[in-house]
Design a protein around this ligand. Structure first.
Ligand SMILES: O=C(O)CCC(=O)C(=O)O
Ligand SMILES: [Fe+2]
Length: 405
């Protein structure tokens, strides 16, 4: 079957976003700074432009830990088309989803999905609705599909039988978008981080994010997620306290989320500790620092707490689709700033000898495993300080400190 015929079979059609809210003046909202990647000029002659851009980035990632990326050089219509594919994929019947669950314990001869059989959330494939407990018996209303191995193109393309037909038909488009984020956008952002930290450009890329197309163990990790949020009914909305995804920081180095009109993503404002909706900036990506970059920078960059809640009144009862990319450091990356010998961090006191005495020497793989095991657990909630390897699992204390100052 041609791609066109497959698209017809699965009714691939544009995802219709909800209209913009008219209530922006009545809700807590934060407009993130825009990092304009068209201002990034490579080569020695572009150095001054990169220094200017690094200043904008530094102001964002050392406070909110979030920024908007604009003019990043990818055809926005292609991203819209992927959202259309995501819509049809995430709306496949349950029996189809049951064949491709995101669980390491998926076996070919396992029975079709029923309420006792839900896929894990981190493997490749589907996480059906209802996997995470939210509160008072309410379970999540999020369907997602995870992609792994995106930076190992040969491997990905030779294992397409692990994916539903719709993914198989669009495999090249999916790879193209995520590899562009990693190998183009992230490379530039890594170099800007080098400038911020007083490191030679290329340092963070080489040590942390460089991909290896053949050997996944030596490569940074490229994990993507298509997400569909469906609204709760009135009863679940009330019981869940309007929460779609509980507050957390990401494990990743950086996470990239497509900005769309429905205001539901909230961040905990670094300056006053209040939860605020992230405003929509058309054509932008919402980018945030994950735990790994916070630890690599000794806590100078902030892995901000964020959550997903119901939108303002005039955007309710509508589906929401986002495409996410989590880029993880290479497994062996040390999560301590001393390894990078940044003069800037030393002068700010972000070194083991100074502010970070309790931090154990760990690699990204250690953190990924330890925190991964806690995901979705009810006891790992807001204000519940849990220390792992000398570090706070979620850094709620950032906001307490900021609010007092
Ligand atoms: O849906 C969103 O906007 C963010 C989701 C998120 O924070 C996550 O999957 O880690
Ligand atoms: Fe997140």
């Amino acid at each position: 079957m041609s791609t066109l015929e497959i698209d017809q079979k699965y009714n691939v059609r544009p995802f219709v976003d909800v209209h913009e809210t008219k209530l922006k003046n009545e809700i807590p909202i934060v407009r993130l700074d825009a990092v304009d990647l068209s201002q990034y000029v490579s080569g020695p002659e572009g150095y001054a432009s990169r220094v200017e851009l690094a200043k904008v980035l530094e102001a964002s990632i050392t406070t909110y830990g979030f920024f908007n990326l604009v003019n990043f050089g990818y055809d926005l219509e292609k991203i819209e088309h992927l959202r259309a594919v995501a819509q049809s994929l995430l709306q496949l019947p349950s029996e189809e989803k049951g064949k491709y669950l995101a669980s390491t314990w998926r076996k070919e001869d396992e029975p079709p999905i029923d309420e006792n059989f839900l896929g894990g959330e981190r493997g490749q494939g589907f996480k059906p609705k209802g996997y995470w407990p939210i509160s008072e018996g309410v379970r999540d209303s999020i369907t997602h599909y995870n992609f792994k191995h995106l930076l190992q193109e040969d491997y990905f393309l030779s294992h397409l039988d692990q994916h539903p037909e719709l993914v198989r038909a669009h495999a090249h488009e999916i790879l193209a978008w995520y590899q562009f984020i990693h190998n183009d956008i992230l490379l530039k952002i890594s170099n800007l981080c080098d400038i911020i930290l007083g490191l030679q450009e290329g340092t963070i890329w080489e040590r942390v994010f460089k991909s290896d197309s053949q050997d996944e163990k030596k490569s940074a990790g490229g994990h993507a997620r298509f997400m569909l949020y469906e609204p709760y009914d009135d009863e679940n909305s009330l019981k869940s306290n309007q929460t779609w995804l509980r507050g957390h920081s990401d494990i990743s180095g950086f996470s990239f989320i497509t900005s769309q009109p429905m205001l539901t993503l909230q961040i905990k404002d670094y300056f006053d500790g209040e939860w605020k909706y992230v405003d929509h900036r058309p054509g932008s990506l919402i980018v945030n620092i994950g735990d790994a970059m916070e630890f690599i920078s000794g806590g100078y960059f902030k892995a901000c707490l964020h959550r997903v809640v119901e939108p303002p009144q005039d955007q309710k009862r509508h589906d929401r689709i986002v495409l996410i990319y989590f880029c993880n450091p290479k497994d062996g990356t040390p999560l301590n700033p001393d390894f990078y010998e940044s003069s800037k961090l030393k002068s700010l006191g972000y070194s083991k000898a100074d502010k970070l005495k309790n931090w154990e020497d760990i690699t990204f793989a250690d953190w990924n495993t330890a925190k991964g095991q806690t995901l979705g657990r009810k006891n790992v909630g807001e204000r519940n300080q849990i220390i792992v390897y000398g570090r706070n699992l979620e850094r709620w204390h950032h906001f307490e400190a900021a609010a007092v100052n």
